[in-house]
Design a protein around this ligand. Structure first.
Ligand SMILES: NC(=O)c1ccc[n+]([C@@H]2O[C@H](COP(=O)([O-])OP(=O)(O)OC[C@H]3O[C@@H](n4cnc5c(N)ncnc54)[C@H](OP(=O)(O)O)[C@@H]3O)[C@@H](O)[C@H]2O)c1
Length: 321
C-alpha cells in the first residue's frame, strides 16, 4: 500500500497485547514503517516491552487511547497511512456484564476506529477478526471445511450466550457494512487460537490455554482444535496490508490437532513437566481452509517450532514455576 521509497505510518490499536506486540516488532523491523501504537495506559509496566523493541526509539510512538473514546482513537489515527485494528477484550473468564465488557468495546469500538480512519483518509484498514466469527454456524454442512463464506450465526450466539463470538461477528460484519457505505478499504483476518512465544510480560487468554496443558493443574477439554503461530498471524496481517489486490476476509489457521496429541508432542519434547492428564471429551472444532491467504504467499511454521519457542518463552518469564 505504499509507493517504493516512501515511508508508511501505521497505527496498531492495543499495541501492548500478545498479537499486537509481535505486529509492532515486525513493522519496526522494516525500516520504512513508523508506528503509532495505542495503549490504554502508556505508563503501565505491562507495556514497557514495546519501548525496548529494535527501532522503537526512532520509529515507535505510544498514544493513550480507549476504544470507546472516539477522540482518543481519532487523535492516534490522524496522519496514518494504514491502520491495524487489533484491540479487543479477550477475557479468560465469563463476565457478568458482557455488553460493557465485550460487546461495546468490540463493536462500538471498531466503528469508532473505522470512522476515525475515514476521517484521516487512511488507505487501508486491516481488522483482526477471529474464526469465532466463522465457526458458530449450525447450518454449515457437517464435515465441510469452513472457508470465508461461512459466518457465525449471531442469533444462535445470543441464544447460547456466546458473547465473544457474537462480538467478533458483529464487529466484522459492521466493518464490511461501514466499508461499503463509506468506501473505506477494509480487509479482515480471522485467526484460530493464537499461540507462540510472548513479548509482553503477562499471560494473555490464549497463552493461558497452553500453560494449562503444561502445568496439568486443571482438567482440559479434549477436542480437535485449530492453532496458528502468532508470528505467522502478524506476517498475514502485513501481507494483506501490503498486497494491493486483497479483498474481504482471510482465514488464518495452520493446524487442526487433537488437544491430547498436542500434549503428547509437548511431552515428547519436554518430558519433565507435569502435563494435563484429566480430559473431558467435547465436540471437535470444525476445520478451516486458509487457502485464500496461502494464495497470497502466506507461509507457516512447523507446530514443533511454535511449541518449542512457546515453552522456552514461558520458562524465561517464570510462567511454569
Ligand atoms: N489470541 C487468540 O487466540 C486470538 C484468536 C483469534 C483472534 N484474536 C484477536 O486478536 C486480537 C488480539 O488478541 P490478543 O490475543 O493479542 O489479546 P490481548 O493480548 O488480550 O490484547 C488485547 C488488547 O486489546 C486492548 N483492549 C481491550 N479492550 C480495550 C479497550 N476498551 N480500549 C482500548 N484497548 C483495549 C488491550 O489493552 P489493555 O492492555 O489496556 O487491556 C490489549 O492491548 C483481538 O482482536 C482478538 O479478538 C485473538
Amino acid at each position: 500500500m505504499e509507493a517504493a521509497g516512501r515511508t508508511t505510518t501505521a497505527c496498531v490499536t492495543g499495541a501492548g497485547g500478545f498479537v499486537a506486540s509481535w505486529l509492532v516488532k515486525l513493522l519496526l523491523s522494516r525500516s520504512r514503517y513508523t508506528v503509532r501504537g495505542t495503549v490504554r495506559d502508556p505508563g503501565n509496566a505491562k507495556n514497557a516491552h514495546l519501548a525496548a523493541l529494535d527501532g522503537a526509539g526512532e520509529r515507535l510512538r505510544l498514544l493513550k487511547a480507549e476504544l470507546l473514546d472516539y477522540g482518543s482513537m481519532a487523535a492516534a489515527i490522524a496522519g496514518c497511512d494504514v491502520v491495524f485494528h487489533v484491540a479487543c477484550p479477550v477475557l479468560d473468564a465469563p463476565t457478568p456484564d458482557p455488553e460493557a465488557e465485550i460487546l461495546a468495546p468490540a463493536v462500538t469500538g471498531s466503528i469508532n476506529v473505522l470512522k476515525a480512519c475515514s476521517e484521516a483518509k487512511v488507505k487501508r484498514v486491516v481488522v483482526v477478526s477471529s474464526v469465532s466469527a466463522v465457526m458458530v454456524n449450525p447450518n454449515w454442512p457437517r464435515g465441510k471445511v469452513m472457508d470465508e463464506d461461512c459466518w457465525t450465526d449471531v442469533d444462535y450466539c445470543r441464544t447460547t450466550q456466546n458473547w465473544y463470538c457474537l462480538a467478533k461477528t458483529l464487529a466484522e460484519r459492521e466493518a464490511f457494512a461501514y466499508a461499503k457505505t463509506s468506501g473505506l478499504d477494509v480487509v479482515t483476518v480471522c485467526p484460530s487460537l493464537v499461540i507462540g512465544p510472548l513479548l509482553q510480560p503477562t499471560v494473555n487468554a490464549s497463552t493461558a490455554i497452553i500453560v494449562d496443558y503444561l502445568k496439568g493443574e486443571r482438567e482440559v477439554e479434549n477436542k480437535t482444535r485449530n492453532f496458528v503461530d502468532v508470528r505467522d498471524v502478524v506476517d498475514a496481517l502485513v501481507l494483506v496490508c501490503e498486497t494491493p489486490e486483497v479483498s474481504g476476509r482471510y482465514i488464518c489457521s495452520s493446524y487442526s490437532w487433537k488437544v491430547s496429541d498436542v500434549i503428547g508432542l509437548l511431552k515428547s519434547m519436554y518430558p519433565t513437566y507435569k502435563f494435563a492428564n484429566k480430559f473431558v471429551q467435547v465436540s471437535d472444532e470444525p476445520s478451516y481452509s486458509s487457502q485464500k491467504l496461502e494464495m497470497l504467499g502466506w507461509k507457516i511454521k512447523p507446530l514443533e517450532e511454535t511449541l518449542r519457542d512457546s515453552v522456552e518463552s514461558y520458562k524465561a518469564a517464570g510462567f511454569l514455576d
